[in-house]
Design a protein. Structure first.
Length: 302
């Protein structure tokens, strides 16, 4: 099959490469000409603009978006809606909010353009391991696109699936990322406790490798922890500042809307916020209050 890949970050480049290796024709486009050149080196064809990309594809056209959620995705879909024809297909493989996704589907459907949302997991490892694809949209359209999904997934019959109507793919990916927040936080806290037991002199890289085999906590996240600890056991070169993509927040919002308790995911999100607070006014206030009511000593900034 042939398709355009719009947005060529690390993940987009890797996905384009996997598709090319799988025998698909891929036309890559990004705002940076240098990034497009990189895609061409990896076997894709280059596009100079959205109009140029659309002109290179035979109808019905397939456009896969891997761009930031929110306004960039909405604006791109709006622009494409005026270039594409009835029967063409737009796939949003980014991390869009599922509510926006439903709006995008409705907007395109009014012009006869098909839409599919593909929650995509795999990061920089997807080129080698394959991608986990959680797909929302019409059954007939998803079936038509199955050769693409089968190529991107770990295997033709594993790691991907049609999970429901428009928005369902991004919804499932949102909850997937919320679960990921909790799992990552648990590993981070556990290794931190191990590190703090100074008298045992534990080798955390060794411990992580022991857990990789036979343990109930063995997982890909543990494998990644083992890699990180092998490279830098003290993690001395990494600043303790943790970003969030937005999907953890949306998962927490959804739990509130549905009255479903999610304390672990919520606290994991809050811990990411805490990691960014260099001033840590909250802790300063706690120390000040203890000093005020109990005369407890406070440490002064130097």
């Amino acid at each position: 099959m042939e398709l355009a890949m719009i947005g060529l970050g690390k993940m987009g480049l890797n996905m384009a490469t996997r598709l090319v290796l799988g025998g698909h024709r891929v036309i890559g486009f990004a705002r940076s000409a240098e990034t497009v050149k990189e895609a061409v080196k990896l076997g894709a064809e280059g596009g100079t603009s959205l109009e140029n990309v659309v002109s290179k594809l035979a109808a019905p056209r397939i456009i896969w978006l891997m761009i930031p959620a929110g306004k960039p995705t909405t604006d791109t879909i709006d622009t494409l809606s005026n270039m594409l024809s009835s029967g063409d297909i737009v796939i949003d493989g980014g991390n869009s909010n599922y509510k926006d996704t439903i709006k995008h589907a409705d907007m395109l459907e009014a012009k006869g353009i098909e839409f599919v949302d593909s929650g995509t997991s795999g990061g920089i490892w997807g080129l080698k391991e394959g991608y986990s694809l959680m797909i929302g949209g019409k059954s007939a359209v998803v079936k038509k696109l199955s050769p693409i999904f089968e190529t991107l997934a770990p295997a033709a019959d594993k790691g991907w699936g049609h999970v429901g109507p428009h928005g369902a793919g991004h919804y499932v990916k949102m909850i997937h990322n919320g679960i990921e927040y909790g799992m990552m936080q648990a590993f981070a806290e556990g290794f931190s406790i191990l590190k703090s037991k100074k008298e045992f002199g534990l080798d955390l890289a060794q411990v992580s490798k022991i857990w990789q085999h036979g343990s109930v906590v063995r997982s890909w996240l543990l494998d990644l922890a083992a890699l990180a600890l092998e490279e830098d056991p003290k993690l001395a070169d990494i600043k303790p500042w943790v970003a969030d993509s937005g999907e953890g927040r949306w998962t927490v919002f959804e739990s509130i809307d549905l009255d479903v308790p999610a304390p672990v995911i919520t606290l994991a999100l809050q811990m990411r916020f805490a990691s960014r607070d260099e001033e840590n006014y909250t802790a300063r206030m706690l120390a000040a209050l203890r000093n005020q009511f109990g005369g407890h000593a406070v440490k002064k900034d130097e």
